[in-house]
Design a protein. Structure first.
Lengths: 260, 324
């Protein structure tokens, strides 16, 4: 079974975000970039399915050459192959644009794939759009925010998280699945894996090879500003006997904040 | 026209849908547009009056027996066929689990970009400018959408509910034809988690615990507080979740949920940057922590420096008194 895992390079969650107001973009200098955490669950799930059922796992990303690092990580985790779809355009925050590139890749380069795994969102753009859009563009079923996945032949069953409950969803393959925390515990790369990954070539595909002209991929999102959220002011802090501080806290909630 | 998708649960309108509808009403007034709503399912006429009360003059009821069970693909087909028929300028969804699942599918079907999980919408030069948090709230992206319809999902608990008053409106039934040969995902079962407790993304008040809770057994203290506070839910920091003390669905922060409740109560949470990102847009924040230098106090409107295990019992009694 051919499994594709789509990954994205993002600043790690400890990052403090700074903004360049001239370009309306995030200042990348000083940031530590990693594979988006939810993508690791997708990667792990793909490897487990391959270990149980056989097949091939390919990690794919859309981005600049800097993204080769996270593809190397996927190879070190155990992916058989990795592909960079080279797109030098700065972040557009337009999920449809990325979805069209990915759908174009699948149509031209990997029409026989059975499972398309994504993280439920990139930790950064936080759009949660691309997987469902890819599914629509390719006419495939989708299951989003999945915490349990079972594949049996050409059928799959997924548990997807909704508010206070889970939806159990059944679907035929090929299908688009997005991984949520809880799906599995991602493995670490082994030294052997890292050595193997070093030797593997990562093919680079241009968007032209996928049949796009740059003007076909104009962003549908017009950015007007990128801002930092308003800073919060520290409020009152009390110390003392628990009975007294508890009373003061409720007094604040009741009389000042008027919430309780 | 501004069209709002109304999500139902057990034939009741979800609050986040009414919030989206209320925002739709405000924007429709500014843009001098009509306001309509759409409900999917058979026999849903009963929700009409409540939707009219929030300002929609028309409610489209999209019907097919298959809609009894949620299917992203079927629902997207239904909404696309309505959109092609009535040509709305704007389509709003609540950014609930269903809204987030459905809106991108619809947007791709209509060939338009999508504004996800918005926290603010303003009219600028006759155009809608959307604001959405990125990096879990560490930054805000302001943007417009180039193509029409403008499709957006609105984060729950952010947009205020408008006034509701009895009004007349028109119910329009549309029978939807679904393609027979479509490989599709279908819901076969709903698995309830502990009696369908409230999700942190929907709660008005979140009572959250971190490493200071010391172990899974102590999260019961927070559940007890939650049981006496209406519309509250128990949250957790990443370290509490990663220690296995509580399920990840409770996690607030950059690899959990980004929330904006009326009140966020942090117990034994130091305030790591990825946690602060996920809850700093709460309207009011209070914190109880032993460490007076904990970063959480920098964002808290009211802080108690003390041992949470000593503060919670009298706090519970005081809350009971205040709520009585």
């Amino acid at each position: 079974m051919n499994i594709l895992v789509f990954v994205k390079r993002v600043p790690d969650t400890e990052s403090k975000i700074r903004i360049n107001p001239e370009t309306n973009s995030v200042v990348e200098e000083g940031l530590n970039f990693v594979i988006s955490p939810y993508d690791e669950y997708a990667m792990e799930e793909a490897l487990r399915i391959r270990e149980a059922k056989g097949g091939k796992v390919t990690a794919v990303t859309v981005g600049r050459d800097e993204s080769l690092v996270i593809l190397k990580k996927c190879l070190a985790m155990g992916a058989d192959e990795a592909v960079l779809i080279r797109d030098a355009t700065p972040e557009t925050y337009d999920g449809l644009r990325t979805a069209r590139i990915i759908a174009g890749f699948i149509r031209t380069k990997s029409p026989d794939c059975k499972l398309l795994l994504f993280g439920k969102q990139s930790v950064g753009a936080d759009n949660s759009q691309v997987p469902a859009m890819v599914a629509e563009l390719l006419g495939l079923p989708q299951a989003n925010v999945v915490v349990k996945l079972e594949i049996d032949g050409d059928e799959g069953v997924a548990h997807r998280e909704i508010e206070g409950a889970q939806e159990k969803v059944a679907f035929p393959l090929p299908a688009v699945i997005t991984a949520q925390k809880g799906l599995n515990e991602p493995r670490y790369e082994t030294l052997k894996g890292i050595m193997m990954a070093k030797k593997k070539e990562i093919p680079i595909i241009s968007i032209e090879e996928l049949g796009f002209r740059p003007e076909d991929l104009a962003s549908g999102v017009e950015i007007t500003a990128l801002e930092l959220p308003p800073a919060r002011q520290a409020g009152k802090v009390v110390t003392g006997a628990p009975e007294e501080t508890a009373r003061q806290l409720v007094d604040f909630l009741h009389n000042d904040a008027k919430i309780i | 026209m501004i069209l709002t998708y109304i999500e139902l649960k057990d034939n009741k309108i979800k609050k986040a849908s009414l919030e989206a509808l209320s925002e739709g009403k405000r924007k429709a007034a500014e843009l001098n547009m009509g306001l309509a709503a759409v409900v999917i399912g058979v026999g849903k006429e009963g929700v009409g009056p409540e939707i009219f009360a929030y300002g929609a003059s028309k409610v489209y009821l999209l019907e097919n027996p298959a809609f009894d069970k949620y299917s992203t693909q079927d629902y997207a087909i239904a909404l696309a066929s309505l959109a092609q028929k009535v040509n709305p300028e704007v389509i709003l969804f609540p950014a609930t689990a269903q809204g987030k699942d459905l809106a991108p599918r619809l947007a791709a079907k209509l060939g338009v970009s999508l504004a996800s999980d918005c926290t603010k919408i303003v009219v600028k030069n006759g155009k809608l400018e959307f604001t959405r948090p990125i990096f879990a709230g560490k930054a805000l992206l302001l943007f417009t959408l180039k193509s029409t319809p403008k499709v957006a999902t609105l984060r729950p608990n952010v947009f205020p509910l408008g006034e509701s008053r009895t009004q007349q409106g028109e119910l329009v039934k549309e029978s939807i034809v679904l393609p027979s040969e479509q490989p599709k995902a279908r819901v076969v079962e709903i698995l309830q988690e502990r009696g369908g407790e409230m999700d942190v993304s929907e709660a008005d008040i979140i009572i959250s615990g971190g490493r200071g809770m010391k172990g899974p057994e102590n999260f019961g203290l927070l559940s007890e507080l939650s049981s006496i506070i209406p519309r509250s839910a128990v949250g957790a920091s990443r370290s509490a979740v990663d220690s296995g003390w509580i399920g990840h669905q409770h996690q607030v922060g950059q690899t959990g949920k980004t929330v904006s409740p009326n009140l966020y109560m942090a117990f034994g949470i130091s305030g790591a940057i990825q946690h602060l990102a996920g809850m700093s847009s709460s309207k009011v924040i209070v914190a109880v922590n032993k460490d007076p230098d904990a970063p959480i106090f920098k964002v808290a409107d009211f802080g108690v420096v003390g041992d949470l295990f000593q503060v919670i019992p009298p706090l519970k009694e005081e809350l009971k008194k205040a709520l009585a």
